[in-house]
Write a protein that binds this ligand. Structure first.
Ligand code: AVI
Length: 314
């Protein structure tokens, strides 16, 4: 694990345009900061998706299955605390649908919390947590031959490049059967004055989230990053529809990383690219889906048209 972290870091920091993989944001501290991000006034994404789930619950759950009496599996990739999904679970359960809920997450701790909270709030819903990597888990449920609805929410797909997203959806489709469905949460392309503050909040939580990556490298890889010598510098280009996060070196400096055995040099103003947050529209999605087995069935948006949950048919 540490070896792979060190290898990825070395690869990214050795490039002429330095990068660090965003998956390393999410240690315990990063998970907590991300929960804070979701509650920030500037971070509209979570509220908008919640609005869709709250105001269009019936339409959403009824679009999942034609036959109420046919058992299905509801699989959520990256379930986290499951707070939004709880709305859907409650509606499915109230309407008498026959299903098991299979939350998949890399964090055992999140899964345990989620299971406890669902036992308390929705004791009638059968929860079968799956700990591990998305595809490993999908592989393990593939053999069940029951119809499946997969949830991939929160614009998590936005942290992938279009090529990676297309590949990911292709692989996901390969693990599903015809007539299975995918509910995909996407943040929609909109103007800079709305998107950029979501990644550059006044209270500095996103700054801490980005800098936490350097902190992790200090504690886990024996690096000596001076955390005050880097700034959080997000950008958004509306034409492209992509928000990008960078860590900017405030001065010329060198950093040693024990785990890679190397020293890395940073020019004053040099940027490390840490994350992309892709925003979607129907055309972007169509291009991404072109080489996959999915097609759009329906689209649910919030009132402001900031966020969309696309229901896709396999
Ligand atoms: C998890 N993901 C969808 C978030 C996003 O909006 O790209 C991660 C995030 N990064 C900074 N703020 C939130």
């Amino acid at each position: 694990m540490i070896e792979q972290f060190a290898e990825n870091v070395d690869l990214g920091l050795s490039k002429s345009e330095k990068t660090l993989p965003s998956k390393y944001f999410y240690d315990k501290n990063g998970d907590e900061l991300f929960i804070e991000i979701m509650n920030m006034p500037e971070y509209y994404l979570t509220r908008c998706e919640m609005e869709i789930f709250t105001t269009q619950t019936d339409e959403l759950v009824d679009s999942f299955r034609a036959d109420k009496n046919e058992y299905f599996e509801l699989i959520e990739l990256g379930a986290g605390d499951g707070s939004k999904t709880r709305k859907l679970l409650a509606a499915l359960s109230d309407k008498g649908y026959q299903f098991d809920y299979l939350p998949v997450d890399i964090s055992q701790n999140s899964l345990e919390q989620l299971q406890l909270s669902l036992q308390h709030h929705l004791p009638l819903v059968s929860v079968v947590p799956k700990h591990g990597d998305y595809f490993e888990m999908l592989g393990s449920v593939k053999d069940s031959h029951h119809p499946k609805i997969v949830l991939f929410l929160g614009s998590n797909i936005g942290n992938m490049t279009d090529t990676v997203a297309s590949d990911f959806l292709y692989q996901l489709g390969a693990n599903l059967s015809k007539n299975d469905k995918l509910l995909l949460g996407t943040d929609l392309i909109k103007s800079e004055d709305i998107v950029l503050p979501a990644y550059n909040d006044e209270s500095g939580i996103t700054h801490s989230f980005n800098i936490n990556l350097l902190h992790r490298m200090n504690t886990e890889l024996g690096a000596n990053f001076d955390l005050d010598a880097f700034s959080h510098a997000p950008e958004y280009n509306e034409d492209e529809g992509i928000a990008k996060s960078y860590l900017l070196s405030n001065k010329e400096q060198s950093v040693k990383i024990a785990a890679t055995g190397k020293t890395y040099h940073f020019r004053a103003g040099e940027k490390i690219h840490t994350e992309i947050s892709r925003k979607y529209d129907d055309d972007v999605l169509a291009k991404i889906l072109a080489k996959t087995d999915f097609s759009v069935n329906s689209k649910f948006t919030d009132q402001k048209n900031y966020f969309a949950n696309y229901l896709l048919n396999r």
